[in-house]
Design a protein around this ligand. Structure first.
Ligand SMILES: *[C@@H]1O[C@H](CO)[C@@H](O)[C@H](O)[C@H]1NC(C)=O
Ligand SMILES: *[C@@H]1O[C@H](CO)[C@@H](O)[C@H](O)[C@H]1NC(C)=O
Ligand SMILES: CC(=O)N[C@H]1CO[C@H](CO)[C@@H](O)[C@@H]1O
Length: 335
């Protein structure tokens, strides 16, 4: 039933936002419209933690409301240390895995994509992961659980940073190898880069030159980049640099994707609820849509039960306007 709604919304969107004929022919649509569900990784320094005290899983009613708005991609944040306590190769914590699986099954049963996203920055128990064989095993074990579900997307890790580029490459390759070895051959994988996987620094940081060499036997890589619109690009301010900053920060990465015939997505983006930022969001999403031969879509940062009055909180009923003002302004750019 919800899938029906999504399809109806898609028809509506393509009618309302009909582009001039010529642009329409090359700029079809952005395939993925979604949001980061965040909370299961809270209490990041408390590696065990207790459900409901340090961390929280996501509200399925909220997910329904996002789907009713047309969203079809949910990036599910969680901590590796809570899934496999103590080591990369340890058995799963059955309850944490149970919650993750419950959410994935719910989302995908409605026809939407669920992204498995360890929010670990390339670290485990606070240390940079250097055991690439262990990382491959971790991913092989996780992918085995979801191998028969084609709507699951695997994000190798959130925002590698301050690590050697070679290690970032090796960890991404290990994840790809583990996932495919598990028999999960039909799912998308989103490698992330060093330097917090910023789109604006994708080429200048060396991510482009390095990660272009990743090999996937299924040929289903979608390079995941993040982009915020504040001065330092950190996503900590409601102020945007200009009405065109989003597009400008995507240009080098767009060229890289096109030159190399690769696909990309923006796994995190957000901006404050004000006229300038909304202009910038629309301009950037319009640019992505005009380049939808390489950009598959974008997931907003963030939603989740515990974000409260956080500047970018899009949880339904949140007071800052992301749900009431930004969402209606941007949803027409997607599916
Ligand atoms: C970690 O979480 C446990 C369980 O809620 C709590 O007892 C403990 O105080 C927390 N430790 C830290 C350092 O926050
Ligand atoms: C989710 O985690 C909580 C707390 O550990 C547990 O009580 C519950 O049974 C889990 N749910 C599933 C579906 O595994
Ligand atoms: C930009 C942003 O909001 N980053 C947050 C991402 O999530 C982690 C964990 O929940 C936070 O610590 C960051 O501040």
């Amino acid at each position: 039933m919800l899938l029906q709604k999504i399809l109806t919304a898609a028809v509506l969107a393509s009618t309302v936002f009909a582009a001039p004929a010529q642009e329409k022919r090359k700029a079809k649509k952005l395939q993925w419209f979604g949001i980061n569900e965040s909370g299961a990784e809270f209490g990041e320094k408390n590696f065990t933690g207790v459900y409901g005290r340090e961390y929280i899983w996501y509200d399925l009613n909220t997910i329904n409301q996002f789907m009713a708005q047309g969203m079809n991609m949910f990036r599910l944040n969680f901590l590796m240390e809570r899934l496999t306590p103590k080591s990369l190769t340890a058995p799963f914590d059955p309850l944490y895995l149970g919650n993750l699986t419950q959410q994935i099954d719910y989302i995908t049963s409605k026809g939407a994509y669920a992204m498995v996203q360890p929010h670990n920055y390339g670290r485990f128990l606070g240390n940079i992961i250097t055991d690439t064989a262990g990382f491959k095993t971790w991913w092989q074990n996780v992918a085995a659980v979801y191998k028969s579900n084609p709507l699951v997307v695997f994000d190798t890790n959130n925002e590698y940073h301050d690590m050697s580029q070679k290690l970032v490459f090796d960890l991404n390759q290990a994840a790809i190898d583990g996932i495919r070895a598990a028999g999960a051959t039909q799912q998308y994988i989103t490698p992330e880069g060093n330097s917090w996987t910023g789109a604006w620094t994708w080429v200048s940081s060396g991510n482009g030159a390095s990660l272009i060499n990743l090999k996937d036997p299924s040929n289903k890589l979608v390079f995941q980049m993040h982009q915020y619109l504040d001065t330092d690009g950190s996503g900590t301010s409601p102020t945007c640099v200009s009405a065109t900053i989003f597009k400008e920060r995507l240009q080098d990465a767009t060229k890289w994707l096109k030159d190399n015939k690769k696909k990309g997505m923006i796994g995190e983006y957000a901006a404050g609820n004000n006229a300038l930022c909304i202009e910038a969001l629309k301009d950037g999403l319009g640019y992505m849509r005009a380049n939808s031969d390489v950009w598959t879509g974008a997931t907003w940062w963030a939603a989740g039960p515990w974000w409260g009055d956080y500047i970018y909180n899009m949880e339904p009923g949140s007071a800052n306007g992301a749900w009431t003002t930004i969402l209606p302004a941007i949803k027409g750019y997607f599916v």
